[in-house]
Design a binder for this molecule. Structure first.
Ligand code: EPZ
Length: 417
């Protein structure tokens, strides 16, 4: 039987917990190693399933990987393959992040179309449209994107919607293109900003980071760099909700509060007591949370990756809340599992109506995607009795030893092989 988590709920979490580096910043940063023949070192790479998958993929493309604990050095003296195979891409959609760097550095790429995943279809048409604007020849053959370009040329690109990895792919490709590229409607997520900081350290010339308009002056080649990956704002938010939902007193450290402003504002609206420092937030939740409405949107709006976690808190709030998911078409799978624990949630397309109940009952539940798994763990921490969360390989893709961090705060939680 695959690994699962056993949780005895009802303990108010107390203490301090440090956040790991962001999965969604580490993955593009690792892919950026393809852009240079020089060593690229990341000093705080988290132990995550998706990081292991990305390192495996990069090694097949010609990267020499040296790991010393959390410090990882990648050196791609020569790209020895341009193929990102289906069996790897289908397990991790973020593999698509090798597309831009491969075309820019190597002149060609064959990347399996990622296909859908639990939360939606996840197309990459904006990535392809942008690369074509930069001069890449792109065809789709047998489920693969085949892209070629002798030398990419700067262009003005406007994506039809904000896309995080689309912006990252195009930034990396533009960094080595000839001339100036402007990306309109660029994603402003902190992980995009962190990649820009890394690219600049490698010698790229970028303007407008953190705004919706990024300008990149291409350079002939990039150098190596040493970079510390930004803290994971979604893990930080998940740990804060753990403190709130158990009526505990938890200080989350090594984080960037500004990266979580929309979530902190929502927790405040729910009546959770928050104290914010330069790199920490303390959460105390005595009484029952108040109901609040959530609409997910691109940064700086409320992040879709925190939707399941907040829905879990709202499921116990005093009153009725509405949760509107505007980014992905199927990101309410946690609702059915929460209902098995006593939640009262009805979903209709992109809207969920959450009527707060007094308590969750522990139950055996099944994880479906990364953030839904986190939501089920949070529900288990608050529930009366025992909860068993199965298929936690979903959780291990994006959370580094979550159960260890929660146990250190007093949670009765253990991993069963
Ligand atoms: C990134 O996914 C994150 N993953 C996701 O985190 C996150 O949920 C998402 O951004 C939104 O913030 C990584 O950074 C590795 P998008 P990404 O392109 O880039 C549509 C997690 O839990 N779209 O911003 O794939 C798309 O279908 C993961 O850590 C197109 O239509 O998301 C979606 O509706 C889950 N065509 C919307 O745009 C495209 O070419 C936003 O997607 C690209 C996207």
């Amino acid at each position: 039987m695959p690994a699962r988590l056993l949780i005895e709920g009802g303990v108010a979490l107390k203490g301090e917990v440090a956040v790991s580096a962001a999965k969604n910043a580490a993955l593009p940063a690792l892919a950026a190693a393809l852009l240079t023949a020089r060593p690229l070192t990341l000093t705080n790479v988290p132990e995550l399933g998706d990081v292991r998958t990305m390192l495996k993929l990069l090694a097949t493309l010609g990267a020499r990987v040296e790991r010393r604990g959390r410090e990882v050095t990648l050196t791609v003296e020569r790209v020895t393959s341009d193929l990102a195979p289906y069996e790897l891409v289908s397990t991790m959609r973020a593999s698509v992040l090798v597309l831009g760097p491969l075309v820019a550095r190597h002149g060609s790429a064959r990347v399996a179309l990622p296909g859908g995943c639990a939360i939606g279809v996840r197309p990459i048409d904006q990535h392809l449209k942008g690369l074509a604007k930069l001069g890449a020849e792109i065809v789709i053959e047998n489920g693969y994107v085949v892209a070629r370009a002798s030398r990419l040329k700067g262009a003005r690109i406007s994506t039809d919607m904000v896309t995080v990895t689309g912006t990252e792919n195009l930034m990396m490709a533009a960094a080595l293109a000839e001339g100036v590229t402007v990306i309109e409607n660029a994603a402003r997520e902190p992980e995009v900003g962190d990649l820009a900081v890394l690219l600049a350290a490698m010698g790229a010339r970028l303007d407008g980071i953190g705004t919706g308009r990024i300008e990149i002056q291409g350079v002939p080649e990039l150098a190596g760099a040493v970079h510390r990956v930004v803290p994971d704002r979604i893990e930080a938010g998940t740990l804060l909700v753990a403190g709130a939902i158990t009526h505990g007193d938890v200080r989350v450290t090594d984080m960037v509060p500004d990266h979580l402003a929309a979530v902190l504002a929502k927790l405040d609206e729910c009546g959770v007591a928050l104290e914010t420092g330069p790199s920490w937030v303390r959460v105390r939740a005595g009484e029952r949370a108040r109901a609040a409405d959530i609409v997910t949107s691109p940064f700086p709006g409320f992040p879709t990756d925190m939707q399941a976690q907040l829905m879990t808190l709202l499921g116990l709030a005093d009153g009725q809340s509405t949760v509107t998911e505007t980014i992905f078409e199927n990101r309410f799978m946690h609702a059915a599992e929460l209902a098995r624990m006593g939640a009262s949630i009805t979903t209709d397309g992109s809207i969920a109506i959450v009527r707060g109940v007094d308590a969750y009952q522990g139950a055996p539940v099944m994880a479906s995607d990364l953030r839904a798994s986190a939501a089920l763990v949070l529900a288990g921490l608050a529930a009366r009795g025992r909860t068993e969360v199965s298929r936690i390989y979903h959780l291990d893709r994006g959370y580094e030893r979550l159960e260890t961090k929660l146990a250190a705060l007093g949670a009765r939680i253990e991993r069963r092989p």
